[in-house]
Design a protein around this ligand. Structure first.
Ligand code: COA
Length: 337
């Protein structure tokens, strides 16, 4: 597929300091640690401070990825940000981040594909590098989902968390350290299953939208659950088949971190053994577009991405969207703590 091979060369992440446990949530919501951890696998999440927005987290993650790669902000050719909790509807969070990291003049835009945004952004950025339109692209997933949540709705409040992750894309020396391919998809029949109804041009902000909580995430959890399990398997198989790989070839499976039962069921159906599945959901909850880069960073820190591994990343989310990226990893540079 690639005109020239593209590698994921560096990663940087950042999460807010504040940890909110399930017990903390149980104090204000009719829920329990037992319910949340057994139904979702989540034990705690990070929650941004007042005044802290997606670009604040994303800029730190971006700077860390650049520092790890020893790349100056001015050397970037493109910045793409995926987020469902952008600083503002416009201008883009990418614009805010470019200002914060000192990448003035670099093209920067946001991409909207809900929780699948990171994979869509990776595919977009990789195409720029593959085609020779860019040498260095920074792809960032940055989320402060906590500010889009109705904290009285136990069906959503317990699931999400805040965080950011960034990766640098560059031309690869060879296919031995390059992205193999992508599978992207969208099913518009699912628009009603997961959305944030008001504040856009369909339901502009009004006293009524405010009074009826239409500025918060609404979700049909059980339908999204069924969709997610099905689509992870379908998309994972598709990208493998398209590039002549088998599930046995996959060294590390990094699914979007939404619910451990979704991850376990999908891994079982795909035939990925538990020791090849990566999850950090219990400490972060669903960080939407940040979940996969957060996993990449931790997997590299744990030595599970050391160079040579075939990694299958699969995202899913509102739209309903899905996306898979199959990548042969080289060294994934990160700042050592
Ligand atoms: N604490 C305690 N009880 C809760 C609860 C909470 N936080 N949230 C829901 N419940 C209750 C429900 O009201 C319901 O009670 P009832 O039986 O009296 O009606 C019961 O628990 C079971 O609810 P149900 O929705 O069937 O639970 P579930 O096992 O499907 O789990 C989710 C709910 C939301 C955890 C699960 O459906 C899920 O994770 N869906 C996917 C969500 C997702 O991934 N979204 C993001 C996509 S990017």
């Amino acid at each position: 597929m690639n005109a020239r091979p593209v590698k994921i060369s560096a990663v940087g992440t950042h999460v807010p300091e504040r940890v909110v446990t399930n017990d903390d949530l149980s104090r204000t919501l009719d829920t329990s640690d037992e319910w949340i951890s057994s139904r979702s696998g989540i034990r705690e999440r990070r929650i941004a401070a007042e005044g802290e927005a997606a670009s604040d987290l994303g800029a730190v993650a971006a700077s860390r990825a650049l520092e790890a790669a020893a790349v100056r902000p001015a050397d970037l050719d493109l910045i793409i940000v995926a987020s469902l909790s952008p600083d503002m509807l416009f201008p883009s969070t990418a614009s805010f981040i470019s200002g914060k990291i000192g990448a003035d003049g670099t093209p920067a835009f946001d991409l909207s594909a809900a929780c699948t945004g990171f994979i869509y952004a990776l595919a977009t950025g990789a195409s720029f590098v593959a085609s020779g339109q860019a040498e260095k692209v920074l792809v960032i997933g940055a989320e402060v989902v906590s500010k889009m949540i109705d904290w009285t709705d136990r069906g959503t409040a317990v699931l999400f968390g805040d965080g950011a992750g960034a990766v640098l894309l560059e031309p690869a020396e060879s296919e031995d350290e390059a992205i193999v391919g992508f599978d992207l998809g969208n099913d518009p029949a699912g628009v009603e299953l997961l959305n944030l109804p008001a504040g856009g041009s369909r339901n502009p902000a009004s006293p009524e939208t405010l009074a009826t909580g239409q500025h918060f995430i609404k979700m049909n959890g059980s339908e999204v659950f069924k969709f997610a399990t099905r689509v992870i398997v379908k998309s994972g198989r598709e990208v493998l088949a398209r590039h002549g790989r088998r599930i046995e070839d996959v060294d590390l499976f990094i699914p979007h971190q939404a619910n451990i039962r979704i991850i376990d069921a999908a891994a079982r159906k795909l035939g990925v053994p538990p020791e090849r599945v990566f999850s950090n959901l219990e400490r972060y909850g669903n960080t939407s577009c940040a979940s996969i880069p957060l996993c990449l960073d931790e997997a590299a820190a744990a030595g599970r991405i050391a160079g040579g591994e075939l990694v299958l990343m699969v995202g899913f989310g509102a739209g309903l969207t899905w996306g898979s990226c199959l990548a042969r990893m080289g060294e994934l540079k990160r700042i050592q703590e």
